[in-house]
Each structure stands twice: as C-alpha cells, then as structure tokens.
Ligand binder design. Structure first.
Ligand SMILES: [Zn+2]
Length: 542
C-alpha cells in the first residue's frame, strides 16, 4: 500500500456500513485453497534475497522472474509487450540533504528548520536548483470539492506562495470525494491554477498511520515518477515539505492562530480557518535525478466465448516494495511480506488454481503484477494508460493489496462496494461465504486512491479492492492498529509474523469466485448512477 501524504482516522469506525446481500450468489463449493501454497509463495517473494523488491532493483527482477515461472507453470500465455514483461521507464529523485536547507523567516530573522526532526523535503516535485523565497498561506485541508461547496482556497492569494495544509477532510465530504480531490495531482492542479510554487503538508496528528520518527527515517530514500512527460501532474511544483505536527506551531507564529487550535478542529473533522501566515519559507532542495527501468508482468488466460473472450477481467497486485532502508532493530530489509507479497502470492495461487481446477470461462482474465506501486501507483498508471490489450476491452479490475489475513476472515472490507455492480457482486459473494461485507469506515485514510485500482477507476473501469477487516472496538481492531504501527512499511513486515492461513484461503475463495462470476456474467460490470467515480467512465466514452 502506498503512503504518500499519509493520514489515518482514529474516529470514524462508527460509520461502519453493513451491506445487506441482495444478489443470489451460488452456494460455495468445496474449498480449493488451504493457505499453504499461498504462504509458500509469500515466503519466496518476501525472502531477504529479494532485498525488499525496490522498483528498478535486482531484487525486484528476481521476484518477477519467480512470478513469471509460476504464471507459466499455471499455463498462462504471455500478454506483455516483451513476453510477460511490459517495460516502464522511470525518473528517480533523491534528496541531497547535505546541500539542502530550509528556514522560516519573519521580521528579518530566519530560523532553521531541522531536516528530519522538524520537517523533510518531499522529492515528488519537479524541483528547482534555485533558492525559494515564498510567503506561506494556510489553506485548512487545502481541498476544493465543488460537489459539496467546500473551497479551502476561496479568497486566498496563492500567487508565488507555498500552500500549507493539514491532511484530512471535513466530515461533510464523503470519503471518495476527499480521496479524489486530496490526491497530489488534483491538489496541485488547484494550487498551480492560483499561481502557488509549493506546498507543505502537516500530517493530522490525531490520525497518523506511522509515527513521525519512522516517517522521517526513510526521507532520503529515492522517489520516482514515470519518465514520459504525458504523466507529469506536478508541473511548476518547485518545493514540497512534510512538516512534523510537533514542530508545526512555528508555522503559525504571529498569525493570530495556533496549530493547537487547527489540530483540535482537524481531530473533529470540523471546517478549518484559512488565512495568511506571517512567516515565509526560504529553502533550497538539492535533488539528484537518474533514469531507470522496471516492468509490469502480464499473463493471460483466454476465455472460450467467441465474442466475450476479447474482453478482459484484470486481477492485479503490486509486486514491488520499498527495498533496503534505514535499519529498525538491526534489520534493514523491508521485505513487504503483506505489502504486497500477500497480494502477489494470491495472484499466483489463483492462477495456479485455475489450472488445477479448470473452469469454462467466457471472458479472458489478465493476471497483472505491477511495479512501482510504492512510488505512487506508477506501474498501474502506466498500464491503465497503455494496456497491452485493447483499452476498451478491459471490463473490471479486482485489485489485491495487503489484504492482511492476520485474524479470521469474518468481516471483509470492500472498497467500491456501493460504486458498481462489481462491488455489489463482491459483497454478495462474501455473504454467501458467511462473511460480512462492509464499506470503508475510515475515509480519512484515503485508501481508495492509495492502491492500483484507482488508475483503472480513472480510466472508467469498475474496480474493487478487498481486505480482511474487523468489528469496531473489537480485539481484532487492536491487532490491526498494532500491525499498522509496528509492521506497516517496516522491516518487520516479513515472514516471521503470524498469519492466519485459513483466513487467507477463504479470502482467495472469495476473489476466485468474484473473478469467475465476472468473467462469465452476461453483462459487463456497470457503475452505479450515483457513484462519484462514474464521471471517469463518461469522460472516457467521449
Ligand atoms: Zn506499501
């Protein structure tokens, strides 16, 4: 899972939606999966010898070679541009902190920002070798949501300024809208339109997935973008900082407002004030760039219906992770066993199951393992823009990312549950396995735009992502909270953790069923008329 500008809700569980099954999914047949073959794949993919599968690394190449071997064994045909591979070009950026600096200036005085402790530079910027001297403006959550009349930028002069915002969204904005407008590209589009030159995000202290110390630890790690200029969403973004909430009071000095006041409102998801700050940013970020290559992996299982075999259901997961980084407790390999070794393994395991237990398929299935998810959903962004099959023939994406079988599967979170007939079908299938399907109760975490399905959605393709979940206030809720704090994007997300093989097996049964039913259904999945994401399908049709 991707954690760019991470935010997390600690409230929100009260809005859990219980989905009443309306479909008439078939009764589950005899179980196909036992969890063991899945875990065997995880053990290989997350082995130390794969070195954390950083995009562009040898470790990732090695893991990809293993995956292709497995896909071939499952009888799939290659469906990349170069056999199973679809090559993708990247530009990598890395901060050179020794040659970078940042100050907050006011009344002729400049106070240094301690890089690492107070803030760090984001390298997801176009960059500039010049020193930036820019006044700051506080824009609340920094969101513009026309559908809800929210405009945090209204009346603010952004010209030549750096926009400071608190991560999160007001409670009046539904999760999908907040996720859409809170993404980097959409956000920057609005700021750039006003003439801004940079942005500073303050993570919401009430809802941080990862404590500041750990967030800041990997700040010198390289970031990446797709090299092709057609994907540039950050033109004009010269500087971006992530600011430690514990140091954020300095940004508000002399403004008549305090960060404490803003943070208290943010905790309650109340509307935030917007105002000019009295300090300005004086900074220079020395960013080194190199070009590199990586690849998506695409395999195909052909359908048998004369017409429908030319349509594709995609089963996707990301095979990359974040590589080798700062050691935590003496371990520097970020194995990514759950993120997303678990999803990659499920894709391989489900492909194999279709050879061992063949099903007559009307449509074809694409098994897609994307690269560079951790760099900002880049491999899937490339694939969705340049699919290796006819773009109009991709009818659905079922994405798997960190589905966390760390407790028995009794509750399944289905993101996109209310957005399409695919979401509806996923819920009905879960129900048929006596698993309760719920919508995302934590909209503040922006999860629906934080994994690869989002790039399919943006191309009009109905998508879902599902994971093992829990009842609010339950012992399981604590297990998840602890997992996120201790293991998420940490070296301890490795194979020395306890997983529930039965839970993983049941999850795979549900995914396999969803894949088959979607491949064989009379109709393509449709967006719901009231889904926010339907707009992309309309844009696409034009
Ligand atoms: Zn991740």
């Amino acid at each position: 899972m991707n954690r760019i500008f991470p935010v997390r809700s600690s409230l929100a569980l009260s809005v859990m939606l219980i989905f009443a099954a309306v479909g008439n999914a078939q009764k589950p047949a005899k179980p196909i999966f036992d969890g063991k073959s899945w875990w065997d794949h995880v053990k290989v993919i997350a082995d130390d010898s794969m070195e954390g599968r950083e995009t562009g690394s040898l470790g990732l190449r090695k893991a990809e070679a293993y995956a292709i071997e497995q896909l071939k064994r499952a009888g799939l045909e290659p469906a990349g541009t170069d056999d199973f591979y679809q090559n993708v070009k990247f530009v990598q950026r890395q901060i050179d902190e020794k040659n970078s600096y940042a100050f907050l200036a006011a009344n002729g005085q400049a106070n240094p920002i301690a890089l690492g402790d107070d803030a760090f530079f984001s390298t997801r910027v176009e960059g500039s070798d010049d020193e930036i001297n820019a006044p700051l403006v506080f824009a609340g959550n920094g969101l513009r949501v026309p559908e809800n009349g929210v405009d945090d930028l209204e009346g603010l002069d952004l010209k030549g300024r750096v926009v400071v915002y608190l991560a999160g969204s007001p409670s009046t904005v539904p999760g999908s809208l907040a996720a859409h407008y809170g993404g980097l590209g959409q956000r920057w589009k609005n700021y750039a339109a006003g003439g801004a030159v940079g942005m500073i995000v303050i993570p919401n202290p009430a809802s941080m997935d990862i404590p500041w110390s750990r967030l800041s630890l990997n700040r010198t790690h390289p970031s990446m973008d797709l090299a092709d200029p057609e994907f540039n969403e950050i033109a004009g973004l010269k500087i971006a900082l992530v600011f430690n909430p514990a140091s954020a009071e300095a940004l508000f000095a002399g403004s008549g407002h305090s960060f404490a006041e803003v943070a208290a409102l943010g905790r309650e998801r109340k509307p935030l004030p917007h105002f000019d700050l009295k300090v300005s940013l004086k900074a220079c970020a020395a960013i080194q760039k190199i070009n590199l290559d990586s690849a998506n992996i695409v395999g195909k299982l052909s359908g048998s219906d004369a017409t429908l075999k030319n349509e594709y259901v995609v089963l996707s997961a990301h095979i990359d992770h974040i590589g080798i980084g700062e050691p935590v407790n003496g371990d520097s390999i970020y194995n990514g066993a759950m993120d997303d070794g678990s999803g990659t393994a499920a894709v391989l395991d489900i492909a194999a199951s279709l050879k061992q237990h063949p099903e007559k398929l009307k449509r074809s299935i694409l098994f897609l393992l994307v690269t560079a998810e951790e760099k900002g959903l880049l491999g899937s962004k490339y694939f969705a823009a340049h699919p290796t099959v006819d773009a109009k023939s991709v009818i659905a994406d079922i994405n798997i990312d960190m589905f966390l079988p760390i407790v028995p599967l009794k509750v399944l979170r289905v993101q996109g549950i209310n957005d399409s007939t695919l979401g509806e079908r996923a819920a009905a299938i879960a129900q048929s396995f006596a698993v309760k399907a719920v919508a995302d109760p934590e909209p503040l975490r922006n999860l629906f735009v934080r994994s690869d399905q989002y790039n399919f959605i943006r191309h009009g393709i109905p998508s879902v992502i599902m994971d093992v979940f829990y009842e609010p206030e339950s012992p399981e809720a604590k297990i998840f909270k602890d997992w996120l704090t201790l293991r998420y994007h940490a070296p301890s997300d490795d194979v020395n953790q306890t997983v529930d093989l039965k839970s993983a097996a049941l999850y795979e049964e549900i995914v396999r069923r969803l894949l088959l039913e979607t491949a064989n259904a009379g109709e393509r999945p449709q967006w719901k008329p009231d889904s926010f994401f339907k707009r992309y399908a309309q844009t696409q049709a034009k």
